[in-house]
Design a protein. Sequence first.
Length: 565
Amino acid sequence: MASNNREEGTLCIGIDFGTTFTGVAYEFQKGGPEGQASKIEPRCVRFWPAVETAKIDSKVAYDKDGSVSWGREAANKDNHISWFKLLLLEDGDLKSHLQSSKHIKESAERLESLGKDPIDLVTDYLRCVWEHALFQITEEQGNKFMERTPFHVMVTVPAIWPDYALQRMDRALQGSGILRARPSCKDTTYSFILEPEAAAFASILGLGKYETLRAGPTFVIGDLGGGTVDITSFVVRKENLELAEGVEGDGGLCGATFLDQAFLAGITKKISGAKYKSKKLKAWEKMHPTDRRRVLEFWENETKRKYYDGAGRVRFDMGVLGNLRPELWMETDELNDIFATVYKDILALFEVQVKAIFESTGVLPKFIVLVGGLGGCNYIYEKLKAHYDGRIEILRERSDASWTAVARGAVIAGSNKQNREITVHSRVSRYSYSWTKHEEYDPAIHSPLDLDINDVTGDAIARDQMVWFIKRGEKMAVDSPKLYDYVRHFTLDQSGVISFSETIYRSERSEPPVRLAENGTKYEGPYGEALEDGFCEFATIDMKTPVPVEKLPLRGNKDHKHRLL
């Protein structure tokens, strides 16, 4: 990282690899006291192949010769693969609505036909993004600067990703060339940062909340992305902005892609109903691709973000036919129905989060901050503002700042590592974690089905009792590990240094059963529905005795002498 020499520093590069779009932001962090995160103003790569925007499509296509197309160029090909970020997860860790998603099924099928795995795909895509981003940054900063300046790369990841998904992402980074050695400077370093935390960093600085956020209030970050909407809350613990995740975050499949699908269905239906009035109109599927593209671009650039309830009907140019240019008007109620398809789900996610915060703290959150591409949508902003009027303030940055918040926040977080102006004190666990233990048998507590005798100690025990040392929804300090006592017995005929292991189990339930035999079953949810508890063997801890067993303390009576660790 940066040294104390003002002439030296680090180029911090944030990569927001999203489900539907990817963004890259960067800024040079000076060394010494001037290298403060609050003084960092990240810039975004804005010139991508075939398009000039702040983010590029997360899409890849492979030609017959094996060459890779990516971004907007891949999006124009019928065989492109999208949503492949989610393929890094096992099916069991995808929510049910994601498992049934058409996008994911198609991408998995195309990937299988290519004989590639998701890590290959992510590796190829990140390599293309990285090489192009470096080319753009070099154009601005110059070859000499780029050759001698160390890089620190911050890669954003979802808050709910399990460890194995991070390991797969790590393998993709290693293969992408992002960490390739550069002889003239220090090795490139990198870190992962949770997407909601990156969004929080960008929002706090971008909205100037140093002056208005004091210790105590909770604020909610709503990351309204292309595929998913993720809602996370943070509590300000100290005036220097020490943050703690408030309650467990949530998310849903109601992002901008699904709004686009609702518009496409709406305008197709509108054309079908209007054709009998005007022979100039062609059915959507029979329109020239150029005309369809113009309609979709008008929706994307002029309607989706600018429209709000009450703005009035909107005219769509449907194409050229001879000297005539057909037109179609979408009425206010038709547009409202289109936007309502995602808004109702987005509002439901916010309502769950707000209710959880109120139940936990006794007060409502002070702010809801909208980020992500759909965070710039006027319809959603105005609807939320009216819904929470007088109770919760709705904030957002204008232009494309909300769309790039996660990438910019990653840069701020990377720069923040040196002086820790903003710190994340604790996070909320998304799962419960446990190991098993043989407990002293108590008929008032334990099931007789678990009764057994410990051959080593001679004690009556209850076998395979779950010790849930972390519960779902529990706040876990980032820098302070939790410590637990551990006991193991050895027979007198055992000697030397002995290796052994313990299995760590994971459950999606906040109050899992205390018997191993009762886990891995369905349970009743808050609305009476049957839910899978997501119980599995999560990890294994390998251990060994710190000294030969014969040097451990001797315990027990004459019939059951044993060694104790």
